[in-house]
Design a protein around this ligand. Sequence first.
Ligand code: GLA
Length: 387
Amino acid sequence: MLRECFKKIFNKEPAVIYFSPGRINLIGEHIDYNGGLVFPCSITIGTYAATAKRDDKIVRCYSKNFEELGVIEFSLDNLGYDKKDNWTNYAKGVAKFLIEKYPQIDKGFDTIVYGNIPNGSGLSSSASLELLFIQIFKDLFDLPITEVEAALLGKRVENEYIGVNSGIMDQFAISLGKKDQAILLDCNTLDFEYIPVCMPDTKIVIMNTNKRRELADSKYNERRAECDSALAKLQSKIIATTLCEIALEDLEANKDLLTDNEYKRARHAITENIRTKSSAEAFKDNDLIKFGKLLNSSHQSLKDDYEVTGIELDTLVEAAQRQEGVLGARMTGAGFGGCSLAIVKNDNIEDFIEKVGKEYLDKIGYEAGFYIAEIGEGPTKVKDIAE
Ligand code: GLA
């Protein structure tokens, strides 16, 4: 499908088609920027790009998802952020930072991009796009970029070029994704470990609220600021460089230093880190019942202490938790909308989707989306896509 589209738009054959996945986070939410542990994996839905190198310094981009925008063009000699360049700012940001390090990048390319991550769903379409463009440059110019370097570069684009103060989790999960493996990542040291996701009798069901994460980015930066000020105040009494390394007893003993909100944000960060550690152990012990309970308490903490859920996510997750055959459920990603996850026994999935779907529609007034998560590889080359 992308080959055909490329021929139609650019009047030539594409040379290569690249794929970059989206991600889900099993547990460890809103703690990557607090020096905590996260437990994400890349999924088989993501972003594709059919690409052919050019002989000049022009990059021409067309998105199957935003056809009304037509072909957006920029030059490698002019890589400043420009709102009117819309989604191609992700490509410009990648190009800008890569050229600083690899001046041999002296040619542009034509590309058609298509993503099958539902829009605004919190499955990290932006990190997927960043890693897609890093993969294109890496491959076209044979750049010696490691997967960890690619993740750090993607994060830099998000933070310094796009202006969202996100942590490392999404780019790391995508860049280092491996089929059927989750990544236990220490965001303080970047030490990581692959842990097999082997769940023969159950599946991970992704539930999309279909509520876009509007305003999420400003709220996201607000939560980060609250965590930073909580840490700064606690540091007057406790030796610590991140919130997640503070013991819960120490937080309780110094509660008076903090505003109510700062205290709650810090309590979420500290307890979520403990839950993530326990979840990785539960996974290694094949104890999905324990893991399910940890998912439920993670959601509760994100709802009450971190306050990033909202009626749509709470309705979906609480309906899911009540169904037969469900081991646990929680929101995933930044929150305020987007997606949640449930671990559901295979035999109950059909019933689960029907009942949770109905409850959501009755209460919220529009439909939720349901997908079975498949854990796939990081950025790679592919032949084409069928759709
Ligand atoms: C977004 C950010 C990540 C992480 C999550 C919350 O996805 O991009 O860095 O902070 O939110 O866990």
